[in-house]
Design a protein around this ligand. Sequence first.
Ligand SMILES: [Zn+2]
Ligand SMILES: [Zn+2]
Ligand SMILES: [Zn+2]
Ligand SMILES: [Zn+2]
Length: 359
Amino acid sequence: MGRDFTSLIRIVVQAGWLFFVLVSLVGSLKGRVWTSTNGVKIEGEVFEVDEERVGLRMDGRDYFFLITRFIPADRLYLKEWKSHERCGVCSGKLGNNFKEAGEQKFHPPCFRCMVCQKTFVGGDGLGKDPWGGLVHLKHLKQAQTCGSCSRFFSQREADSRQFFQDGRVSCKVCLRDAVFDLEKLNQVRERVLPSLSRVGLVLPSNRPTKVYLVDRRFLDREAKRIKASGNLRGLTLTKYKITRGAHFSDASFEHRIYILKGLPYVECIAVLAHEYAHVWLNERFIESTPLEIEGFCNLISELCLAEDKSKISTLLRENMMKSENPVYGLGFRKMRAKLQSLGWRALLAEMKGKSKPPR
Ligand SMILES: [Zn+2]
Ligand SMILES: [Zn+2]
Ligand SMILES: [Zn+2]
Ligand SMILES: [Zn+2]
């Protein structure tokens, strides 16, 4: 009896503890509630505020929103938030005791290396990722960098699924949003296609383009067959057949888009948009230099990325803008300048003018 009684107490104590854990979990999931001027409510914690935009962390993911989209009470809150100096790692308020590195300040306990866990001291070289991750330069080799968002993570705390067989490395946030199945791929497609048609890039609807998720080995093998190379994340293959009648010639197409499996959702948007742009060009037999073709396709990527509010989409766009690649980077900037002076309608017309159908 006595024993039963003690175990009952233990159960009650455990239940109480469990309840406490649940309450604190729910507490940590609940962020501040934000109301946009059209009445929509979202929940998230601020991690950054600048002149016009606010960074909100929602369910572990970071997003940027224009401050003007929120009601006056929220804007006031942001003004107050911004009036305090903030820690470069946790975004919490700083007191009188802080550490400084470059232009940023940190709480002393936050200012430490994620590999050795030691606090940085004067003279230490340190690396910083775009997400607030800090690591000793001498320990950079023991840290991993996400291939999609450049986030540092410690090898020790990583999960084996973060290391892909083909050598890619993914942080936990990107892995959680990775596209491994057709259901998620369809969500990506539904995000991309409306953005394309909005600027006049209409894809054939009677014979939808087939999209496949493939591994690196498959992608490299297909790329080799058409003599494409580089660190490819997607590929479009187009086959066509010309039927010549007495009065007309008609071309029928078969397009296949291959997308690398396991890209995070936002990167998948960028890659699929790029490949759809190839489909549009191929259907019209548009020929130009690789600089112009790839630059045009990247322009379509950027169009779709710009509609996504996540911080990773902002980083991917910044990378495109800064890319030193002589085809993808230079081509993108060239076509972007062209778009700015011509607008979409005239740019698409100019591209159509480069059509050279086989005779
Ligand atoms: Zn901190
Ligand atoms: Zn270290
Ligand atoms: Zn990542
Ligand atoms: Zn391409």
